[in-house]
Design a protein around this ligand. Structure first.
Ligand code: CA
Length: 535
């Protein structure tokens, strides 16, 4: 593969540059300051008020006088209510706002927006690995599934030896990854919600980037037995081999097996089994496939007020391109769409899809309620320092990633994707949990937007990171793959960055380009979502 993607770094908008504010909607009575370092008090905004306070970059300024109790409007909706009179030119920070109540889940519009179909986008392809189940991989990776955390140390030891002793003999295999997790035992495995971590782990093992070469390392006495994790018939490829009489349905190395005498005997069992899988993976070659085989998961993390202005709208434009090309796109993060649920249920293709979305919101409301919190627990100190006053403002910027296409499917956490088009895959907003659940859904490419900056990556799937600000893209020039901050700088448009991202996706999916996270081999842990009790 070639060198990593280089980030276009245009000149940062210095504090000395002319004042620039960004307003998202004609109804908005606030705008955000775009200049690096913010703007000092006394600055006259073009066509607007003179600043009464210093306003940090990404933070809001009142464009008109806002009376106590009146709505503060951004993205055309009230993101809060003024706790006191806010004169024009004031810094509108979180302490001046009362957050609105969450929208009730009754009486929501269902499939009321019947937009004209987006025109098809034909002729785009990438080079991928076609799998026996019809899915397409963007990388060719051997994954070692683990039933339980107990085996993690042994598996990790074996994987290090596989990488140094076996992998060099199989040059068409990109990597070997251990699917380490903290589940499998010490858990209430028959609790109704245990279905979430179990199906997540099962479906991750079947991710398109693993080529159907399922291999399991088990301890022996754990609650999550291999046949419960991957029951016969749950994975198509091994079944086909079994039908041909080639090998057993599920390849399991059990550490407590009587045949194992000493640690090295366990390690050698894992290596011997891995070698057979590596040989089959190595025989595969990339082939030209339509862009419709992309399965893209989008999410954001370390968001700031620019997320909803630059990176997320560009991703949303790209989402529409992908849907037009017949591909699959997932957006997620329940607490970051909860305040925009009426917009989303209206965009559902059918009332049933809208109801599935409402079910996921209600389930999550109850889940948070059990912990005596609500969606407002989402925002971080960094979000607020970046200008996001509360979860309502954050959510309005977050759902922009979903573009404008109709929402045609809904997944519960850990479920596998059922259809192409735009899917709402319900997940927590936590970056690593969302990424883990999108892996389970079958994503073969991940797009991640960030304003504050995070070096996030996944071992199984390339992660394209999009910076919301030029300042971040400049400082993190060897971690960010795309700079959407050029939109706020006035150097590019949302459409241009959306197309740039779309073309980059095809290059990265084809293996022609590596992302920076791949280049540095940065990846976060798999983190299963376990809403069920532990014992
Ligand atoms: Ca996130």
């Amino acid at each position: 593969m070639s060198d990593p993607v280089t980030t276009a770094s245009s000149a940062a908008r210095s504090p000395a540059a002319p004042p620039l504010t960004l307003r998202m909607h004609a109804l908005d009575n606030v705008a955000i300051v775009a200049n690096d370092g913010g703007l000092p008090a006394g600055t006259a905004l073009p066509g607007g008020p003179v600043l009464r306070d210093r306003v940090p970059q990404g933070h809001k300024v009142a464009l008109v006088d806002i009376a106590a109790g009146a709505p503060v409007v951004r993205y055309g909706i009230p993101i809060g209510y003024a706790l006191r009179d806010i004169p024009d030119g004031s810094w509108v920070h979180e302490r001046l706002l009362r957050m609105p109540e969450a929208r009730g889940l009754d009486g929501l519009p269902k499939a009321t927006v019947q937009a004209a179909p987006l025109p098809p986008l034909a002729g785009y392809t990438f080079e991928g690995y076609r799998n026996a189940d019809g899915s397409v991989g963007t990388r060719n990776i051997l994954a070692l599934t683990q039933t339980v955390q107990c085996v993690a140390g042994v598996t990790d030891f074996a994987v290090r030896r596989i990488k140094t002793e076996l992998l060099p003999r199989f040059p068409n295999v990109d990597d070997v990854v251990a699917l380490e997790h903290d589940y499998g035992c010490g858990v209430a495995i028959d609790a109704p919600d245990a279905v979430v971590p179990i199906r997540t782990l099962r479906n991750i093992s079947l991710n398109p980037n693993f080529g159907g070469e399922v291999m399991v390392v088990s301890l022996g006495c754990e609650k999550l037995q291999p046949e419960r994790l991957l029951p016969p018939g749950s994975f198509a490829i091994a079944d086909e081999r079994q039908a041909a009489g080639a090998e057993a349905a599920l390849d399991v190395v059990c550490l407590q097996d009587d045949a194992h005498v000493g640690f090295m005997s366990m390690v050698e069992s894992i290596m011997r089994q891995a070698e057979a899988h590596l040989a089959r993976l190595d025989a595969r070659r990339r082939e030209t496939v339509p862009a419709s085989e992309l399965v893209v998961g989008v999410q954001c993390g370390g968001s700031d007020a620019f997320s909803g202005v630059t990176a997320n709208p560009a991703v949303g434009f790209c989402t529409d391109l992908l849907v037009r090309a017949g591909a699959s796109v997932m957006f997620s993060e329940v607490t970051e769409v909860r305040d925009g649920i009426d917009q989303l249920t209206a965009r559902a293709t059918t009332p049933e899809v809208a109801e599935a979305m409402i079910r996921e919101m209600a389930w999550y409301d109850a889940y948070l309620g059990r912990g005596r919190v609500d969606r407002s627990a989402n925002t971080t100190p960094g979000n607020k320092a970046g200008g996001l006053s509360n979860i309502v403002e954050k959510a309005m910027g977050s759902i922009v990633k979903s573009g404008s296409a109709p929402i045609s499917n809904v997944l519960a956490p850990g479920e596998k994707l059922r259809a192409k088009g735009l899917t709402y895959a319900a997940t927590p907003a936590s970056d690593f949990i969302c990424g883990t659940l999108q892996l389970a859904a079958g994503m073969n490419l991940h797009v991640f937007t960030t304003g504050r900056g995070t070096p996030y990556g996944l071992a199984a799937v390339p992660v394209i990171k999009v910076a919301t600000r030029t300042d971040l893209a400049r400082r993190w020039h060897d971690l960010m793959d795309v700079n959407a901050g050029t939109i706020a700088d006035g150097d590019t448009t949302v459409e241009e960055v959306g197309w740039q991202l779309f073309r980059l996706m095809l290059d990265v999916a084809s293996g022609r380009k590596k992302t920076w996270a791949e280049h540095w081999k940065l990846h976060n842990a798999l983190v299963l979502f376990n809403p069920a009790p532990v014992t």
